[in-house]
Design a binder for this molecule. Structure first.
Ligand code: ADP
Length: 539
């Protein structure tokens, strides 16, 4: 059985009975004995089709249809007539009748006429639905790129006005507390917008529990709903001076984001129009959520920028302020070491010196990090003999390696070419990588340094048999202050800046730095450097 509802109107009980029997197998059927009863029924419930006799005492069939077409134009109408005169046919068509059947009719004639009209109606509705989706699709594209909320409101209201003409269309957007944050409306000149504004908070409260579109129209099809009983619907429509009102909620992920109120003074909205508003508001909801997200992001970004600036300033001031007392400390330590002959005291002094050096290294790291972040790092470029540099470095770290009985081997078969770069900074990077390799490799482990010329530069790699890095961490180790081990139970010294500085320096020099590693299997850090530092980064 199809779910369309048909109202049959005839003063002749037998005809009424025959029609009911024929059609109720396929549709939901109601009957009325005269025009006035039919109008009363039409005011209580909605129908898809009215099948009416023409000649009836009181309100005639054509007048009834006239009335229906005035108030509920979407209802299809078929008339039954005893005489098929041209005059009656013309009158019927003028009143908006979709088809008429001539009495006496064969059962099939009636069934086919009804089905034909309903099928046309189905197609018409589908057509409207599809047509209304097209502008929505186009509109969606511009809507989704709108991050300015008042512009969004304007766009939506004018799109709604284009597709669903109404006497009032208003859109309220709520803030996180559920209060109206912004609202805009388009209304005919004779509409008192203040009334709508006064009702808006009440409608928003209803929508906060209801979440789905509320259609208040004539007859009060909604029936007594929990959201708004018939009596209140009637009062609301009367107070607003409207024939029908649709309240469409913007239901976002986090609850109600707003409501759209659309109203007409003299007619109902068609089903296709209410669906259109539903889809439109659905799109607006996503766009509004995007815009709110964008605003939050922008705010968070601005806050971060301020924080970042403060951090850079702090590092700058702290590092410079630490340098002077450190210089005084190391200066007097130097003087003392010349005056002291006692071995124990000399031992104390060398501890003092070693830690002063560590502190100096930390200050240099902080400053380098700041210069890299602010783009103020300055390169001092000269011809660098990489082969010699690597040999020198191996000597420098040999003490550390020997302490842990780690063997370092070079696997450079061809002498490395000379390149033009910042020697000190490349040296700092290679020292960081080598120091890490020693630090994260257990006693008696091994480290290899290999290097080769590339067609556009050089590649140097440092491989160790150390603790390795898991796949989930490997991409993070170049971030500032990132350390695989949580700082509270760390077994290794350091502040997590070495690799991010190395990355910054190498990239400044026009090269790359990467790592291949497996947890428990050791790591291989690879840097590449071009023959010449790019002009853009030379200060
Ligand atoms: P730091 O060594 O001061 O902690 P780095 O920036 O040099 O900071 O390194 C960041 C982290 O990357 C280290 O804390 C460590 O967890 C990991 N890491 C660096 N080099 C190695 C390596 N050769 N083997 C294993 N883990 C390493």
């Amino acid at each position: 059985m199809k779910n369309e509802k048909i109202l049959i109107v005839d003063d002749e009980p037998f005809i009424l009975d025959i029609c009911r029997r024929l059609l109720s197998k396929r549709y939901t059927v109601h009957v009325a004995r005269n025009g006035l009863d039919a109008i009363a029924l039409l005011q209580q419930q909605s129908f898809d089709l009215v099948l009416s006799d023409i000649k009836m005492p009181g309100l005639g069939g054509l007048e009834l249809i006239h009335e229906i077409k005035d108030t509920q134009p979407e209802i299809a109408c078929i008339t039954m007539t005893g005489f098929s005169s041209l005059d009656t046919a013309i009158k019927a068509i003028r009143s908006g009748v979709n088809e008429f059947v001539v009495k006496p009719f064969e059962p099939n004639d009636l069934i086919e006429a009804v089905e034909r009209v309903l099928e046309k109606e189905r197609l018409r509705k589908e057509n409207i639905r599809l047509r209304s989706l097209l502008p929505l699709f186009e509109f969606n594209k511009s809507l989704m790129s709108t991050v300015d909320i008042s512009r969004l409101l304007e766009q939506v209201l004018s799109q709604a006005a284009n597709e669903v003409p109404s006497d009032y269309a208003g859109l309220c957007l709520l803030d996180a507390q559920g209060n109206i944050a912004v609202s805009q409306a388009l209304a005919s000149t004779d509409i008192d917008q203040k009334k709508f504004e006064a009702y808006a908070p009440q409608l928003i409260r209803i929508m906060q529990t209801k979440h789905t579109q509320l259609v208040l129209d004539n007859p009060f099809n909604q029936g007594p709903t929990e959201a708004l009983p018939v009596s209140s619907t009637e009062t609301l429509l009367q107070q607003l001076g409207m024939f029908s009102v649709i309240i469409t909620p913007l239901s976002g992920k986090a609850g109600l984001l707003g409501v759209m109120i659309t109203a007409r003074k003299t007619t109902n909205f068609e089903q296709s129009e209410t669906s259109f508003l539903s889809v439109l508001v659905g799109q607006v909801t996503i766009a509004y959520e995007n815009a709110r997200l964008f605003e939050d992001l922008q705010q968070a970004y601005d806050e971060l920028k301020t924080l970042d600036h403060a951090k850079n300033e702090f590092i700058n001031i702290a590092a410079h302020e630490l340098r002077t007392p450190l210089a005084i400390l190391t200066g007097y330590a130097g003087i003392l070491s010349e005056d002291i002959s006692d071995e124990t005291q000399q031992g104390y002094l060398s501890i003092l010196n070693r830690n002063a050096m560590r502190l100096r290294g930390l200050i240099e790291d902080l400053l380098n990090m700041r210069y890299i972040n602010t783009g103020e790092l300055e390169l001092s470029v000269s011809e660098v003999d990489l082969q010699q540099l690597v040999t020198q470095l191996l000597q420098d770290v040999s003490v550390l390696a020997t302490e842990k009985q780690i063997r370092i081997q070079t696997k450079i078969t061809e002498p490395l070419p000379h390149i033009y770069t910042d020697q000190q900074k490349v040296e700092l990077t290679l020292t960081n990588l080598l120091a890490n390799a020693i630090k994260f490799t257990p006693k008696q482990g091994e480290i290899w340094i290999d290097g080769r010329a590339l067609h556009d530069g050089v590649e140097i790699a440092i491989r160790d048999t150390g603790i390795g890095i898991s796949q989930s961490q490997v991409n993070k180790i170049f971030d500032s202050f990132y350390q695989v081990e949580a700082s509270l139970n760390r077994r290794y010294e350091g502040i997590g800046l070495g690799l991010s500085i190395s990355k910054g320096i190498i990239e400044y020099c026009g090269g790359t730095i990467s790592v291949e590693s497996q947890e428990g299997q050791g790591s291989r850090f690879i840097i590449t450097l071009p023959f010449t530092v790019p002009q853009s980064t030379v200060g």
